[in-house]
Design a protein around this ligand. Structure first.
Ligand SMILES: O=C(O)C(=O)CO
Length: 277
């Protein structure tokens, strides 16, 4: 068991950010990886020019990297926002405009997982109204994901760093996922189990894995404290990934950690365990 039994991908929105977007896939490939994931790369627009989408596809293809996870438009992220789909008005409209664009792009590069960040609570807005809007938008996103053979991911973030984000426990995200699946009947809404965010919330990650491995569609890791590479904090990441594997999880594990020098940050992972198997 151990790291050599997992399938890892590099998050190119948090690692290699010193490089322009189109150079990051090649940098991940040079470090030995063949799979990558991205937050929505155009934070200022949910509907970029086709030429920009084509350029990203070309950069992924030229590097020989497979995109295995893509966030829908989520507002300013990095920045103060944590998603758009539950924000009434313009942000919800922007999310809706993005749904088919993101799904079509995912289809064009063979990406099978689309992550929909829920969005912050808005001062003065009724949380019930925000939740009803979120469900409507997640249903649209789940149908679009299904159209391109993808799953829809819903993620728990952590309260200290995202104090206005309402999904800050695994059960809170699972409740939303169950509602989306009940509404669509598709069963393609899945949990994005982010070990760093769960541990920052003080959750017992091992118990979360035991309870929800079967509803998990994607995993992300960073050590805690510090959101650095495995080994820079105190989380038993190798054990937790072993537990996930034993519980039947055989999907991707995204490296969503911070490192000043990304290329030098992969020493914890043997070179032969980096390329997708
Ligand atoms: O904002 C974050 O920390 C995320 O994990 C987004 O996917």
């Amino acid at each position: 068991m151990g790291y050599s039994n997992q399938r890892f991908d590099v998050n190119l929105s948090i690692l290699f950010t010193e490089l322009p977007l189109l150079e990051r896939p090649a940098a991940a490939a040079a470090a030995g990886f063949t799979a990558v994931e991205l937050w929505w790369p155009w934070i200022e627009t949910p509907t970029p020019e086709q030429a920009e989408l084509d350029a990203l596809k070309k950069a992924l293809d030229d590097a020989g990297t497979q995109l295995v996870g893509l966030n829908f438009y989520a507002g300013a992220l990095p920045g103060p926002d944590r998603g758009a789909l539950s924000i009434p008005g313009e942000e919800s409209d922007r999310f809706r405009a993005n749904i088919e664009v993101a799904a079509d792009f995912a289809a064009s590069v063979g990406c099978k997982a689309l992550n929909a960040l829920y969005g912050n609570r808005v001062e003065g807005a009724d949380p019930q109204v925000q939740d009803a809007l979120a469900l409507e938008n997640l249903v649209l996103a789940a149908r679009a994901a299904d159209r391109v053979g993808a799953i829809l991911l819903v993620e728990t973030l952590n309260k200290p760093e995202s104090p206005l984000y309402p999904l800050v426990s695994a059960p809170a995200a699972i409740e939303v996922i169950d509602k989306v699946n009940a509404a669509t009947g598709l069963g393609n809404a899945k949990f994005l189990l982010d070990i760093y965010h769960l541990s920052m919330n003080g959750e017992n990650v091992s118990e979360v894995i035991e309870a929800y491995a079967d509803k998990t569609g994607h995993v992300q890791i960073a050590d805690n404290p510090g959101r650095g590479a495995p080994g820079t904090g105190s989380l038993p990441l190798e054990e937790l990934l072993d537990q996930l594997g034993k519980a039947g999880y055989d999907g991707w594990v995204g490296l969503e950690y911070k490192a000043a020098d990304a290329a030098a940050s992969f020493e914890w992972l043997p070179a032969e365990a980096r390329a997708a198997r």
